[in-house]
Design a protein around this ligand. Sequence first.
Ligand SMILES: [Zn+2]
Length: 195
Amino acid sequence: MEILKLVNQSYPISNTYRPTNLVQDPITKIWLVREAFEQFYKMNNALQKEGLSSLYMISGYRSYAYQQSLCAKKEELGFTNIAKEGYSEHQLGIALDLVTSSVINNNRDSILSFANFNSKSLQAFDVTFHKQWLDMKSADFGFILRYPFDKFYITGVSYKPYHYRYVGVNHAKKIVKNDLCLEEYIKLYSNMRYF
Ligand SMILES: [Zn+2]
């Protein structure tokens, strides 16, 4: 797992890239790199112990070909801000999209599949208690909000409250503590190994 690998408009990912250690969630059938998968479940359990309802993962690893098929249908599916194939960090297997049960219940059908959620229903995650909880705690489990509202000018991607990226606990805590996005962190990190 290349935990700090950057995939964005300037750093595309090869169409043949496939992460090792992918595991499949038996319920949702979503694939994720094992470490990220295990940490997601720890985080989801911790959140539920504090009285919130379960989070649902609706997208994890996406192959180049699957991203291509989503992009080809983006108007039909109602996606306004989906990355073109080769530019999605979902191909790394350590990025995931999250929703709450209320979004699932309001959905036109409740199959847990990314293609069934349009951008508008995903943005609704922004106003949930789950999102507030993640703002405080996700780094403790190694996850960062990958496209914060105020970092658009650096990430080039508009605010996605539902999209999280696994970077490991150590990096995640430093990123959050210093209010950085991944692009900023990688730049600093490569300049100062001790950061
Ligand atoms: Zn995503």
